[in-house]
Each structure stands twice: as C-alpha cells, then as structure tokens.
Write a protein that binds this ligand. Sequence first.
Ligand code: WTA
Length: 634
Amino acid sequence: MNEKIENLLNEDRLFEPSEELKNNANATSAWFKDAEKDRLEYWKQQALNRITWFKEPTEVLDDSNAPFFKWFSDGELNLSYNCLDRHLETDGDRVAYYWEGEPGDTQEITYRDLYERVCKLSNALKSLGVQKGDRIAIYLGMTPEIVVSMLACARIGAVHSVVFGGFSAEALADRINDAEAKVVITADGAWRRGEIVPLKENVDNSLELTEFIESVVVVKRTEQEVNMKDGRDYWYEEIVEEQSAECEPEVMNAEDLLYILYTSGTTAKPKGIVHTQAGYLTGVTTTHSADCGWVTGHSYIVYGPLANKTTSVMYEGAPNAPDEKRLWSLVEKYKVNIFYTAPTAIRAFMKWGVEHPKAHDLSSLRLLGSVGEPINPEAWMWYHENIGNEQCAIVDTWWQTETGSIMISPLPGITSTKPGSACGPLPGIDSVIIDEKGNEVGKGEGGYLAIKSPWPSMLRTVYGDDKRYIDTYWSQHEGLYFAGDGAKYDDDGYVWLLGRVDDVMNISGHRISTAEVESALVAHESVAEAAVIGRSDEISGEAIAAFVTLIGTDVGDENLISELRQHVSDKIGPIAKPKSIVITADLPKTRSGKIMRRLLKDISEERKLGDVTTLANADIVSELQTRASDSDDE
Ligand code: WTA
C-alpha cells in the first residue's frame, strides 16, 4: 500500500512582500541565520532579551529526562510582573485593551489600570486562601475580568485553567475534577447575540458533580437574578473593593506550572495541556513580536501582547451581532493594524458578502493572520482582496495548544507567500515531514508533520498523565514530536497542512487529505464551505463523502451536485471525485470553529451518535442525518 499522503493540489500564485512591508518588518532574515547556526544560543538570547528576570538562568535546555524537557530551569521570574510592572514607569498610561461589550458599552484599560485590577484580585484570592500551586478554574465570557483573573493567578503563583464560556456544566465539572481546582471565577452571565449565557447557573450545576471547589467568585455582567450560596459564593466587585492595589509578585521558578488548558472537541477525553513559565513566555513574545499574532486566547490576547507592551482590542460578543458589519466597524473605530482569525470565520465572511467589509474603512490594517485549520486558497485570496485590499501581508500560522506558540508561518516582510500555505518553520523551530518509517519526505511529497528538536514554549506534559503525554506525542518515532497533522512539501519546499492524520482518507490504497478535496470544492463559485470524510466502502475501502454549504441563499440541486463532482475531478484528479455530496445549511463545528469530521463520518455510516452538546451548532445534526440518508451515490 502507498504509505505517503498524495500531493494533489497545485498552487502557482506567489506573493512577494511589498517594499513597505519589507521596510517595516520587525523580524529580519538574520533570525534564521542565528537560529540555524546555534539553535540553543538563539533561544537563550530571546529569553534574556525579552524577559525581565528576578534571577537570570545559566542553563538553557535540560534534556536529561526527555521527553520531559526543561528550559531555563534555574531562572526565576514572574509573568504578571513581565506583563505589567515593568511597563509602568514609562508606559503606565498606554492602553492595554480597548474593550467593547456586545451591547456596545466600552472600557479603555491602561497598563496601570490593569496592574491595579490584577493586584486587587490577587489579594482577594489570597484572602480566600489561595496559595502558590493551587488550581483555579476561570469560566467567563470575553470581558476584561478574564485577563485580570489569568494575570492574578500568574502573580500569586496559582495555576489557571480557563474553560471556554460556551461549555456545558458537565464539561466544566470534568475539567475542575481533573485539575482538582479549588476556586472558580465566573460571572452571572455572558452576552451572546443579545441573549444571556447563564454562566453562574452552569457553575451551580457543575458543582453538583464535583467536590473540589471551595469558593466561587462571581463577576456582575448580565445582572439577572442568580443563586448565591453563603460562605461559598462571593461577588467579585465586593471582594476586590477593600483590597490594596499593590501585591508583591511571587517569585516563580522557570519550570513552575503557569496554566493548564484542556484540548477539546475533536478528541476523546480532554487532555490537560501543561505550560510552564519562562519557556512559554519566550515563545509567545518572540512570535508575537514577529508580528505573527493578535487574538488567539492565552498566547496572543494576553501574555504575548502584554509582555510586548502592545495595545489590543477585545470584543465580547458574536461577530454578527447586531449585524455582519460588527468586526469591521471595530477595525475602523480602533484603527486596528493586525487582525487574526480562523478560516471558518473567513468562510463565514465570504458567505455573508463583501458589502459588509466594504462599508468600513479598513485601511489601518497591515497584517492579516489565520489559524486553526488549513486555509483554503480561495479563502486566502478572498481575505487578501476584500479585507487586506491587496495591501496586507497574510500569515497562515500553524500551531497547537501543545506548541504554546506559532511554529510554522511566513514572516511578514520577508517570506514570499502562497495562498493556502503556512510556508515554513519559524527561526529556532525544527519541523519535518516524515513518512511512516520516520524518514523525511522529498519535495512534492506528503506525510506526517513532526518536530525534531524541543522548543521553549512546548507543553511539558498532560496534567496528571505523563504516560498519555508520551503515548500521544512521542511514541510514533524515537525522539520526534508527533503533531498528529498531515502535511506536504510542494515542489518549492513550501509546507502545506493537510488536516488531522485521523482524517486522511484511504481511497483504493491512495492516501488523500480531506483538506485538498475541501479546497477544491471551495474553489467552486457556488460553494461557501466544505467538509470531506472517507466513509467505509465495499469496493474502494473508503469512499469520499462531501458536505457543502453554498454561498448566499442558493439551495442547489442534482445538477449542481454533478457539476461539483466533475469540478473536483478536474481540479485534482478523478481519484478524488466525491462519491456522495450533501448540500446543507451548516456544518457541525466545535466551539473553536473546527469542523467535526468524526461526527460526519458517524452520520455517513449511520452510527448512533454520542453527546453532541459541546458543538457550537448542535441543531444541525438531525437535519444532516436525514439529508445524508436521502442522498444518492454516484
Ligand atoms: C489545526 C490552535 C492548518 C491543526 C492554535 C492543529 C491548523 C490544530 C493551523 C491545533 C493552520 C492550527 N493550518 N491547520 N494554520 N493552525 N491547525 O490546539 O490540525 O486549537 O493540530 O490550537 O489545529 O488546534 P488548537
């Protein structure tokens, strides 16, 4: 059997960085040279230059107990000090966040404001008995308190575990139990498309399923009635009020735990990904200053931007509340320079229509980022033309919760980009694409993405489960970190991500990536979004089944379906022609926007479905089941 993943899709468009971008680039090609010459020295210099240490490390990498690597392990520091205190003297009045609530209320938070809010909450948490090393669950919407809570934990040495506000009571309880968290910080509710997400009520329900929580801190946001239990539940505003606005930062060892973040959705039992202090901060500050990021969670909305003293815009609600212009109005209002989003959002913008971005002045933008899934070349081009006005650099950034910071991405102003490609590894990152035997594949060939050498912001383990850490990431090939993603080199050696390895299809012995067939479908003028899976088939082993959503209000018909089959065949070859195509109004997705291909496979093979409540759009499932069983094979 053919062991390699096929290389089907070809892309000839190449975009050189403009003169303006070249002149304004923060990163330089010298970074690549330095890192190539001496990778550890490169990371050491980044760590020494970017971090303010209480005690500088003498050691860079300790690999004596691999794969349990340690970085800068005799150094001492505090991350909240690095994000706040050190900026105050010269830049206390600089805005850290422009925050806008979904209903339109706003806050302008300077570095000094943030410092004071963090110190007060730090003192309040201490007064509740929180000590260094304790775990704190944070279950909030996108309000400033989420940042304040993370930094307060970092300040006093508590370990934060942020649980996405869209998760159910049960999912929250699982995460509290796994981490044995002692406090949960939440709110009465969060705003989402004008409706209240009942956060406190969910917490109350989750506390029926866990014994660990001693105190609940509740931010007042949506102001509906909630249950407050005496001696356990405290209003945030009340417990911070009397506290001092100064709090000495705890001295942390470089390898003390900083946070646990659970990966969710597309895998079975969530894994608590563990990140520590100094290596993580080195990774996020380096990649953030390389202009690679803006707004994905921990790394690019909190630690990276604050440590680098930049200004971020934080928006609470849905991108289409009250209408589809909301994000573009924020870009115009705050003169945003860098915009970072996911392909699923870009495909939604495409479906909503160009009139929305066109209604606003987006000329402040100079860099556009994408993360979370392979970006289809068509979506990349649309982003480039309609959001970037052909003037912005686009960075497709590959990374994972596990990697802590961006690993594979073009450097703006330096790399010539191709629509749909993440281009190549950043300086200091040693990525390879290998075949099943662990040998690197050649140009024009596909295989499995792996990382050859440790990097500072890597995960340290799976919380409470060292064995799972080794089994999941380090057991495929001796000494290689296995990312679980398929990838290929094109003829120029550019890296293309092909989706999760579990999703790769085996069609008559050819290993074909879902991402390439999806990109071919999205390249058709009628298609907004596509999800492709391999479903078991008596003849070919697996057969390609596609699910597509259409642009605008088109509902499609049999003719369109045959046209789409032919289109895929023309674009990448008859082997990739879908056997069935189902047109649907929506695709099942996780809360972070990743398409749930496993669920589509279950639907196609008519299996009983498990719990679908963690989906962002659970109501689409039953419709898909009907449509899939009604659809005809070619
Ligand atoms: C996928 C998000 C293609 C990939 C930071 C990875 C991508 C998983 C890209 C991690 C990209 C992320 N191109 N695929 N630019 N970025 N992925 O942990 O499958 O939510 O393994 O981290 O998303 O998702 P996670």
